[in-house]
Design a protein around this ligand. Structure first.
Ligand code: URP
Ligand code: ZN
Ligand code: ZN
Length: 462
């Protein structure tokens, strides 16, 4: 069905103007000051966007949906995660494939794809985690890249689980350079964390409030520096995921000054929640256990300013949903067993609008750049995704900045029993969200078609 969006304030990473957008066959075909609704295809859906913004569909470049992790599985599937994403204005997800230590990479890729195929209502693609790199499986990574997954993920953290040895990290980054594939990386020194965790537990410090002290900022900055050293030696392009604090941002920017091709992602919990949340009594702090941990409040300004100056490229979520009622309870006796993660895929865009744009910390174009355009550019989706131009997919968000509401679990689609932002005031909401021309969400409600989401095959661009 054709779609006409009339009279909205169209915002991209570089433009801001009022006009009409027309889409046919899933694609934007006209952008003009005025398009006569009587002269477009019969039956075209017409959305009155006067007084509203029109953004490109937002992209979340770091989510976990199917995730076997820390003795359990993340609580969402593609149906719940798609509904949550779309209700909040996100039309494309990039999920981390995180295989187990003995899994074959191609089998993992097929498994993750099968989880999405029938249930996705958003478009989606993957970063391929390399958790092992023996000689006999290397060819599989070439196959996966050929199949359209043009980014790797490595973990410098999670000793004994997802963590990659230095030898394998070096090999992975060399292969990535050869293939033109960017390496996304969780940067925290796994051995330092392991030692700190052991001494805290031995001292009887078992509650969620000790998760942060077991992974201080210097441990993250060390991880960033380490990854960037390898990138400097090999010329590989790298993307630091969930950069949470000033020392880690500084380590990345210093590497960039030395000529390393490094990009920085930060995730919404680190902009808005500080370490005191993990200190909440009665085990409530477990809801706020993620890695890297929530930091001292002073770091939040560093992140907002980094986005404003565009030194930080993307605002993602690291959506990793685990229920409080049972899953987070697995760490009652030891914070090291609390499944790490804070769900935010539905709230991200509204939080950036509420606490960034409406609070005067960020402009609308910087918001679009960080929440859509940069991810599309870095991960080979641009200009099909991440912008509004002729020929782009008609992924569009008609956004009502005057909406006022409250963030709450009650309005959330994720399969968890809490919202990390419960009771916070919400300023702005997606009034209509289209994926390739079809409206999939209205006024915070999913109204779309499960299974309509498409796997996005990407070419290497690095
Ligand atoms: O706490 C987090 N971040 N959980 C998900 C796994 C990861 O490290 O991204
Ligand atoms: Zn991570
Ligand atoms: Zn993650």
């Amino acid at each position: 069905m054709a779609l006409l969006i009339h009279g909205g304030r169209i915002i991209t990473a570089t433009e801001d103007f009022t006009g009409d957008i027309y889409a046919e066959h899933e694609t934007i075909t006209r952008i003009e000051p005025h398009i006569d609704a009587k002269l477009v295809a019969p039956g075209a859906e017409v959305i009155d966007a006067r007084g509203k913004y029109v953004f490109p569909g937002f992209i979340d470049p770091h989510v976990h949906i199917y995730l076997p992790f820390m003795g359990t599985y993340a609580a969402d599937d593609y149906e719940s995660a798609s509904k949550a994403a779309l209700a909040g204005g996100t039309t494309t997800l990039i999920e981390m494939i995180c295989p187990g230590a003995s899994d074959e990479p191609v089998a993992a890729f097929e498994l993750w794809k099968s989880k999405a195929e029938k249930l996705a209502a958003v478009d989606y693609t993957f970063h391929m985690s390399v958790v092992r790199f023996e000689e006999h499986i290397r060819e599989q990574f070439r196959e996966i890249v050929k199949a359209g997954v043009a980014s790797f993920k490595v973990f410098l953290a999670y000793k004994g689980a997802l963590n990659l040895s230095d030898e394998d990290l070096f090999g992975t980054m060399r292969l990535a350079k050869e293939l033109g594939v960017i390496v996304t990386a969780h940067c925290e020194n796994a051995d330092a964390i392991d030692a700190l965790q052991k001494s805290l537990l031995a001292a009887g410090k078992t509650g969620p409030e000790w998760h942060g002290p077991s992974r201080p900022p210097v441990v993250e900055a060390d991880g960033v520096h380490h990854l960037c050293t390898f990138a400097e030696l090999l010329g590989t392009h790298v993307y630091i995921v969930h950069t949470s604090c000033e020392p880690a941002v500084r380590a990345a920017l210093e590497a960039r000054k030395r000529g390393v091709n490094v990009w920085i992602e930060s995730v919404i919990p680190h902009f808005l929640l500080d370490e005191t949340y993990a200190e909440r009594p009665a085990f409530e702090g477990a809801k706020y256990v993620m890695s890297p941990p929530l930091r001292a409040k002073a770091n939040q300004n560093v992140l907002w300013n980094g986005v404003k100056s565009r030194e930080i490229s993307t605002i993602a979520t690291d959506h990793a949903p685990f229920r409080f009622e049972d899953q987070k309870q697995m760490g009652r006796d030891a914070f090291t067993k609390i499944p790490n993660g804070i769900p935010s895929v539905q709230e991200r865009v509204d939080l950036v609008h509420t606490c960034g744009v409406a609070a005067g910390r960020l402009g609308l174009q910087a918001m679009v750049d960080a929440c859509a355009t940069q991810a599309a550019k870095l991960f080979g989706l641009y200009p099909k995704k991440g912008t509004i131009q002729l020929g782009s997919d008609a992924d569009l968000v008609v956004y009502d900045p005057s909406y006022r509401g409250t963030f709450s679990k009650e309005c959330a689609y994720s399969n968890v029993d809490y919202s990390a932002y419960e009771g916070w005031e919400q300023k702005g909401r997606a009034a209509a969200v289209s994926v390739r021309g079809q409206v999939q969400a209205r006024d915070g409600e999913f109204v779309g078609t499960i299974g309509r989401g498409k796997f996005l095959k990407r070419e290497p661009t690095h």
